[in-house]
Design a protein around this ligand. Structure first.
Ligand SMILES: O=C(O)CCC(=O)C(=O)O
Length: 297
């Protein structure tokens, strides 16, 4: 029996791999001409913020950290809605999270040659932790990266949280072990704990060709790898969260009026404008969608 996912375009296999391994590999969601158009766009954006190549690995900020560069994209404005609202991506997101979801983050991730290796992590480390009655509680308002919950990447014997976030990482260049592809620990999504970065963990390289995608349950231990080649590894990360959670990027505050006016109802919901049982209201608890300040009566 196979013990890791392999690239496929079969949605049923992708869903099953996500459930079983905590991640799945899609092989050809974008054709070659779309890949090259999107990659050119990301490349141009990434060049605007680039530091000298000999210093990339030393830089410690959120735009370029140790050679990992993040370029924030705005759904509805970036010209890349075909990716963030791609039917297969939304299908897998809803398979894992349920019907009502928001786009949490949307950004290009460029892994430059000679980058510092990223620590393994999960993408929902901030979830309140399940406890047995009488057990000490880490109060939700006290959760921070400084209070980790380390353990082994094996299925827990006690209750764990469900996935509330999913990441769809579009490969715009070939993702290979030497280009710094995503590395993951199969099955770690069922552990309910985080990886201790001071320890070595066995990972699988998620190798997919340009035009494919690596899709992971936010509980799965993962990180990008070391780019030992001579060209940047280019990806776009689209993350989705269930509708009661805070989004990584504040699309509702950031989107420009003209882009907001052109959004379909589906995109307005995905961006977080749709109220969830009154939550997210601006001027009325009754309205279906929140109105930005410039549209309020
Ligand atoms: O770019 C990658 O391969 C992994 C990125 C990552 O770790 C993340 O988005 O949380």
């Amino acid at each position: 029996m196979v013990n890791q996912p392999f690239p496929t375009h079969e949605l049923a296999v992708l869903r099953a791999d996500l459930d079983r391994f905590g991640y799945a590999l899609a092989d050809q969601w974008l054709n070659a001409s779309d890949v090259s158009r999107v990659r050119d766009l990301v490349y141009r954006e990434s060049q605007k913020h680039l530091a000298p190549p000999d210093r990339l690995a030393d830089i410690e900020d959120w735009v370029i950290r140790g050679g990992d560069q993040w370029v924030l994209l705005m759904p509805g404005e970036s010209g890349l809605d075909e990716l963030v609202a791609h039917p297969h991506a939304l299908d897998l997101a809803r398979h894992l999270l349920g019907q009502r979801i928001h786009i949490s983050g949307f950004s290009a991730h460029v892994v430059h040659p000679g980058n510092q290796i990223m620590d393994l992590h999960t993408d929902q480390w901030w979830m309140p932790r399940p406890v047995q009655p009488g057990e000490p509680v880490l109060k939700p308002g006290d959760v921070s990266r400084a209070v980790p919950c380390f353990g082994q990447p094996v299925a827990a014997a006690h209750a764990i949280n469900p996935a509330v976030v999913i990441n769809v990482m579009w490969a715009l260049s070939d993702f290979t072990a030497s280009s710094g592809c995503t590395r993951l620990v199969p099955g770690s999504h069922l552990s309910g704990v985080e990886p201790d970065p001071s320890q070595e963990w066995e990972t699988i390289d998620a190798e997919v060709p340009a035009g494919g995608a690596v899709i992971w349950d936010a509980r799965t231990w993962h990180a990008s790898g070391a780019n030992t080649g001579n060209a940047p590894r280019m990806g776009i990360s689209a993350t989705y969260c269930a509708h009661q959670f805070r989004q990584l990027q504040n699309h509702t505050a950031g989107i420009k009026p003209e882009a907001h006016a052109a959004l379909s109802d589906e995109m307005r919901e995905l961006l977080g404008f749709r109220l969830f049982s009154s939550y997210g209201a601006t001027d009325s608890f009754e309205s279906e969608f929140a109105r930005p300040s410039y549209l309020r009566d």
